[in-house]
Design a protein around this ligand. Structure first.
Ligand code: NAD
Length: 270
């Protein structure tokens, strides 16, 4: 099988460097090139060497069009305004793209969806294969277990995290609500303190822990009388997101136009 040539935009970023390491480690994948913002300090340096890898003789550039022309698939974990431009370039060149950038507004997501009518795009705010499996399992368990099972989502992150509950915790709650065919915002209980009264049947509760350098831990608890099911995912570091991104890149190379999720990559419905 031909190796998949993967380009990385934002190749000097934290995720960009992690992606270069994962491409190098993955079977069937090779670095096609990497680009950065015009004026970036790494321009002209070896793409692989600037990520701590053995040099490959390809310099960091700033020409997105040239990168799309030379790659089979482009990985984009950058910034919302950049990802929209790159989705358009993907549609124009026919080069597939994997977008992991977060914080993209609805208007820009619509532009990405528009580009996906012309080329295959994988987009996910959490590329971890494990978290995406946890989302699917949560939805499935919630569809099977009736509201005698109280659903609680517990998450723990490092002391620097500024938002709570985490986006992934909320996505898990939404997956549970979807499984139960209820409106998430009507059943979400996002914080308890003081005399809260008894738990409301059917609620989805959240509990948040902060401390140390924990990369991210999420559990969904289904608690009935005398029995309890707990689904848990623990992230070690950001390499899991990069691994998911590269796996998505290898998969999307052969896909027809469309907007895909990590669940599609893994072959289960999310
Ligand atoms: P970062 O700031 O370390 O890296 C972003 C890089 O993109 C920078 O080097 C920047 O110069 C570059 N960049 C920005 N605009 C560009 C452009 N137009 N052309 C070329 N390069 C450009 O950030 P990070 O921690 O690597 O995160 C990047 C994004 O990925 C964020 O949105 C983050 O939330 C997201 N992320 C997603 C996942 C996931 O699983 N989907 C996981 C981790 C991070």
């Amino acid at each position: 099988m031909n190796e998949v040539r993967i380009g990385v935009v934002g190749c000097a970023g934290r995720m960009g460097q992690a992606l270069l390491r994962e491409i190098t480690a993955a079977e069937g994948a090779v670095i096609a090139g990497g680009i950065e913002r015009p004026g970036h300090a790494t321009l002209g340096q070896d793409v692989a060497a600037q990520a701590g890898l053995e040099a490959i003789g390809v310099a960091v550039g700033d020409d997105a069009q040239a990168l799309f022309a030379s790659a089979d698939v482009v990985l984009d974990f950058t910034a919302p305004e950049a990802s929209v431009v790159h989705a358009r370039l993907a549609a124009e060149s026919g080069t597939r793209i994997v977008i992991g950038t977060t914080g993209i507004e609805a208007e820009d997501n619509a532009k990405i969806a528009e580009a996906a009518t012309k080329v295959a795009i994988v987009q996910a705010a959490n590329m971890s294969l494990g978290v995406n499996l946890l989302l699917a399992l949560t939805r499935q368990a919630a569809s099977i277990l009736d509201p005698d099972f109280d659903i609680e989502v517990i998450e723990m992150h490092h002391r620097h995290k500024v938002d709570a509950p985490s986006g992934t915790a909320l996505a898990l709650g939404q997956a549970a609500a979807l499984g139960r065919a209820v409106e998430h915002d009507q059943v979400a209980d996002r914080g308890r303190d003081g005399i809260t009264g008894p738990r409301r049947r059917g609620d989805i509760g959240y509990a948040v822990l902060r401390g140390g350098n924990v990369a991210g831990e999420h559990s969904v608890v289904f608690a009935a009388d005398n029995e309890r099911i707990e689904l848990t995912h623990k992230a070690g570091d950001r390499s899991i997101f990069a691994r998911g991104g590269v796996r998505a890149a290898l998969w999307v190379r052969d896909q027809p136009a469309g907007l895909y999720s990590v669940a599609d990559v893994l072959g289960f419905s999310g």
